[in-house]
Design a protein. Structure first.
Length: 472
């Protein structure tokens, strides 16, 4: 009964998240409510679940403690509170702290006008050439920053370069695809890759080595198709200016300094984890701490106006997207309940029996991510399939660290969201900034995005089946 109730609650909450715009209820509110309600229901009914799902762990927890004399209800409740909630929250917090640090660094670069260094140097006038330049820039930027921030920067640039709405929508649609494909092969390029990397399912070198080429193919296929719709040259371009939210105009040298420090800091994080094996959030917060000290020394050493305080990190932190952080908290906590109750393990067993192909499972998850948010999909997949031992053989070998299931999941969840404009954060933000209609994107981009997605998936399968064995 409790398991059924949890599944029903999760489905209702998931629908509320997916139908955010028709319901006019922010998905963060739905996710937080979903996560907390599920833990309450589970905690109050844990005495009917734990003795079946985790009997050994429960017994080991209560043996030798005063809880041994308590009722099964109190024993189960204590285990949920002191073990399961603490363990799951610890894992989730690592991801959230990493995101907070990364978002603060990106916002710091932006408030100092650092991204103008890139946008001011885009001089292409031919429409097709500009499309390739913008998509290439977006692809690289989203791997270093994240696909959401990169989309905002590039769409705002479009308004300076392209006056025709029809052309601008074509550019914006391709920017969405480029941002998603660029984030799929980088450990810090998308929330889903961050989740897989932080949890230890994938390592940065393997992700880059085997997912970058499929991601490039997934971009080039729709890029070739869409570029055929553009002809001629642009009119006179208006040079991009510093961010409108900047109240203190930074010098060009200051822009270069903050841009260089910010980008190098983000790139340093995967290197830090590779050499120290410490959790990635420690490296990210280390970089943030160093940037914080640098900016404090920089501003303390100059006689600045009070309005320049907007550029200091205490103000910058207040501008990061906290609703997104809380959304991830809510949805990851909800998925943690499904994992703790064995629901995800049962689903994984069903897929193993009836599908038994990591490629088909991931391709279906990628298509599904174009309809619903890819964060809970990836979280659910991670809960369904624990990381296998390095000595695993046969089907289980797909789930070892850097196994093809995890690498392909990174690709499919990131790139598959481009099939529909509502399937990714990049698509939603472009839809909002440029007022792109769902139907227009469906008509113009869904098929090219799907063809690119399947082509990239084919490239990855070829890599794994033919090339990877030769390298081992």
């Amino acid at each position: 009964m409790v398991i059924t109730s949890l599944i029903v609650i999760f489905v209702i909450g998931y629908l509320a998240i997916a139908l955010e715009h028709p319901l006019k209820i922010d998905k963060t509110a739905s996710a937080l409510l979903l996560g907390m309600v599920m833990w309450i229901v589970y905690a109050l009914g844990a005495d009917s679940i734990l003795p079946i799902i985790n009997p050994d762990q429960l017994k080991a927890y209560i043996d030798g403690t005063p809880l041994a004399q308590e009722s099964l209800f109190n024993q189960s409740l204590a285990y949920v509170i002191n073990v399961q909630i603490v363990e799951n929250l610890g894992e989730i917090t690592q991801t959230l702290l990493f995101l907070i640090g990364a978002m603060t660094i990106v916002e710091l670069v932006d408030v100092h006008g650092g991204f103008c260094i890139i946008t001011n140097n885009i001089k292409a006038r031919d429409k097709k050439t500009l499309l390739w330049v913008l998509c290439g820039t977006t692809f690289i930027l989203s791997a270093v920053l994240d696909n959401l921030t990169t989309t905002i920067v590039m769409v705002m640039l479009l308004r300076k370069l392209v006056s025709s709405q029809r052309d601008r929508w074509l550019y914006a649609g391709m920017i969405v695809i480029a941002a998603n494909t660029g984030g799929a092969w980088s450990p810090i390029g998308d929330v889903t890759t961050i989740m897989l990397w932080v949890k230890g399912n994938v390592t940065a070198p393997a992700l880059i080595e085997f997912v970058s080429l499929p991601s490039i193919v997934a971009l080039i296929v729709p890029l070739v198709i869409v570029s055929r719709q553009l002809r001629g040259k642009l009119g006179e371009m208006t040079p991009p200016s510093s961010p409108s939210n900047a109240v203190y105009t930074c010098t060009h040298r200051e822009q270069i300094t903050l841009f260089t420090l910010g980008i190098c800091g983000l790139i340093f994080v995967p290197v830090f984890k590779t050499f120290t094996h410490l959790p990635p959030f420690i490296g990210m917060l280390l970089v943030l701490g160093m940037l914080w000290v640098f900016t404090e020394c920089f501003y303390n050493g100059k006689k600045m106006l009070d309005r320049a305080k907007e550029h200091r990190i205490p103000r910058v932190i207040s501008r990061i997207d906290m609703p997104s952080i809380l959304f991830f908290l809510g949805i990851l906590m909800a998925v943690a309940v499904l994992q703790a109750t064995g629901v995800l393990a049962s689903l994984a067993a069903w897929l193993d029996t009836n599908v038994h192909s990591v490629y088909i499972i991931n391709i279906l998850l990628g298509v599904l991510s174009s309809i619903v948010d890819n964060v809970p999909l990836v979280a659910a997949a991670m809960g369904m399939y624990p990381i296998a031992d390095a000595t695993a053989t046969g089907y289980a070998a797909h789930f070892v660290v850097d196994g093809c299931f995890w690498e392909f999941l990174s690709y499919c969840a990131g790139v598959g969201g481009s099939i529909l404009i509502i399937g990714s954060a990049a698509g939603v933000i472009a839809m909002g900034l440029e007022k792109i209609s769902f139907g227009w994107y469906l008509k113009k981009f869904s098929l090219p995005a799907l063809l690119g997605y399947l082509a990239g998936a084919g490239v990855y399968i070829i890599e794994v089946e033919l090339i990877k064995p030769l390298l081992m």
